[in-house]
Design a protein around this ligand. Structure first.
Ligand code: SAM
Length: 272
């Protein structure tokens, strides 16, 4: 996987988060439309994915694909775990995440790394948090195997992702991925059934599964209203990349509504 393609993919996202003062790169979760800001929706998605997962002051939490560190920071502030490590593929995002906590004595730590090969020893982690990142992993089985390896017995994997049931529709994306890395899409979607089968194959016990397409689409619609509402979107300051990203989110929301795309939340446990 190429850093350059991934960087290009996240450049407009970075512009959007900067312009809107956001801290996450995810689509958000709205239990009800219009009752929260988009920043709050992004936090709600984190709590919805974690559910009742136990995190205590003794816990070690690993946030894989942590982006610019919003979710890691929210989890750290709420639970004060012994250690929270954010792992992220893009060096620029690792820097942005670290900057957020400059000077804080107690804080999450961020490192550059690849989800396909986690730089941790076996049986070390209580909770792995993985939000809207696995869609980029070409070999999700390798990632799930790595999760099993680094989790302590009884540890939990919380995985939320954009999914599909329409293999055919995404065939062009998979085809694009065969092109040289500077042209490919770096998106490899699985269905919820693919995930469930993989968890079972690797020996995880599925604790929870939720189809979250509707609340995620509602959060995106609230976010789009917010973005377009304050005049920035139509001002000269909004770049082509920024507008393109907003257009992409709008298409994504419509696809979720029409069930052409799905969004699933899973919690799975490594046997004790
Ligand atoms: C949609 S963002 C979500 C970020 C964060 N989880 C959040 O909710 O704000 C997906 C992130 O996964 C990262 N990513 C993609 N492939 C990765 C890999 N193989 N290993 C680690 N991180 C990866 C991307 O660089 C990006 O920051």
């Amino acid at each position: 996987m190429s850093q350059r393609t991934m960087q290009a993919h996240y450049e407009p996202n970075w512009k959007l988060t900067q312009a809107r003062n956001l801290r996450g790169y995810n689509c958000g979760y709205a239990a009800k439309r219009g009752n929260e800001t988009f920043d709050e929706h992004q936090q709600s998605l984190v709590w919805q994915l974690l559910g009742d997962t136990p995190i205590t002051s003794d816990s070690v939490v690993l946030d894989v694909g942590c982006g610019i560190g919003g979710p890691s920071g929210w989890i750290f502030d709420r639970y004060q775990p012994k250690q929270l490590l954010g792992l992220e593929y893009l060096g620029t995002s690792v820097k942005a995440a670290s900057r957020r906590f400059n000077g804080a004595a107690k804080r999450p730590r961020f490192i550059q790394g690849d989800a396909h090969k986690l730089p941790l020893s076996d049986n070390q982690v209580d909770v792995i948090f993985n939000l809207e990142s696995a869609l980029h992993y070409a070999d999700k089985n390798a990632f799930i195997g790595e999760c099993l390896r680094v989790l302590k017995p009884g540890g939990t994997l919380c995985l939320g992702d954009v999914t599909t049931t329409r293999k055919l529709m995404f065939a062009p994306i998979e085809w694009l991925n065969k092109l040289p890395s500077q042209f490919n899409s770096n998106v490899h979607l699985w269905s919820a059934v693919d995930y469930k089968n993989a968890f079972r194959k690797h020996g995880f016990a599925l604790l929870h599964h939720e189809d979250a397409a509707q609340p995620v689409s509602d959060a995106l619609e609230d976010g789009l209203d917010e973005i377009r509402g304050d005049g920035f979107f139509s001002s000269w300051k909004a770049t082509k990349g920024f507008r393109g990203r907003v257009g992409f989110l709008s298409v994504m929301s419509k696809m979720l509504r029409r069930h052409w795309l799905h969004y699933d939340l899973f919690r799975a446990k490594k046997p004790s």
